[in-house]
Design a protein around this ligand. Structure first.
Ligand SMILES: C[S@@+](CC[C@H](N)C(=O)[O-])C[C@H]1O[C@@H](n2cnc3c(N)ncnc32)[C@H](O)[C@@H]1O
Length: 244
């Protein structure tokens, strides 16, 4: 991969430590599971806000066929891409700035896919190292906000996508959906906002109702009765598709 800037080196160091710590304990995984309840895809073990709703959005909006290539950019330990590649009989390429994450992702491959169906490599959002038109679809979950240059990252995604194909991304920050419009345009892409899906906990900023309640079993069960967990679309959009 190309040489990393000082900022990227810092980011790499940070995420190496992050992934090493996550691998050393199941504490964060248990907290995610408690917070998300039955929306939590245990097997994916994401280091992100990925839930079954997001996986469903990806399946329906990527429209991929068996044998096509999915790229998971900022893949972390690979669960999102591995889950999708198994579900849809795809080939997978995962890219992440953290060599620690890439090593962990490669070790998880046999639990999901036969040998030869997935490759993982160190790279950045702005320089994936993948050839042009490599992917029929891209996913990027909770990683885009770490791009050192968002427009350059979107241009890179545009470059590695087959023409007319889509990237599905999620950033949990408020207003990120709005910001994508202009940035996507600068990268010769268009962006559309997906279904609302608020981060766990707190109140819905649209209607003020609780989103997901604190971590206890009773609340988790009842969480499906809160407005956001019913997916009524009252919260700010945090999932988007960027089409090349
Ligand atoms: C919050 S984690 C999400 C990981 C994964 N997408 C998931 O859902 O489990 C963010 C990931 O983005 C990676 N990352 C952060 N900045 C990056 C960059 N500039 N280029 C590539 N990967 C980056 C981190 O190493 C980390 O694995």
């Amino acid at each position: 991969m190309s040489a990393l800037s000082a900022t990227e080196q810092e980011l790499q160091k940070h995420f190496n430590a992050f992934h090493a710590a996550r691998a050393a304990s199941d504490l964060v995984t248990r907290l995610y599971a408690e917070a998300m309840g039955d929306a939590y895809p245990v097997e994916v073990a994401a280091s992100s806000s990925c839930d079954f709703t997001l996986l469903g959005t990806m399946v329906t909006r990527l429209c991929l066929r068996p044998g096509q290539v999915l790229a998971d950019i900022g893949c972390g330990t690979g669960g999102v891409g591995l889950w999708l590649a198994r579900a849809l009989a795809l080939r997978l390429t995962g890219v992440d700035i953290s060599p620690t994450a890439i090593e962990l992702a490669a070790a998880r491959r046999p639990a999901f896919l036969p040998q030869g169906r997935a490759q993982f490599r160190v790279g950045t959002l702005e320089a994936t190292g993948l050839p042009g038109g490599h992917a029929h679809g891209v996913v990027c979950v909770d990683a885009m906000s770490n791009a050192t240059d968002r427009t350059a990252a979107l241009r890179e995604i545009h470059r590695i996508l087959h023409p007319g194909r889509a990237m599905i991304t999620r950033a949990v920050r408020k207003d990120s959906g709005t910001a994508y419009g202009e940035q996507a345009k600068n990268a010769e892409s268009t962006s559309t906002n997906g279904p609302a899906n608020p981060p766990c906990g707190g109140a819905c900023t649209g209607c003020g109702s609780p989103t997901r309640p604190p971590f206890d079993a009773t609340s988790v069960t009842s969480s499906r009765r809160t407005c956001c967990a019913r997916r009524t679309g009252c919260c700010p959009v945090s999932t988007g598709a960027v089409r090349a």
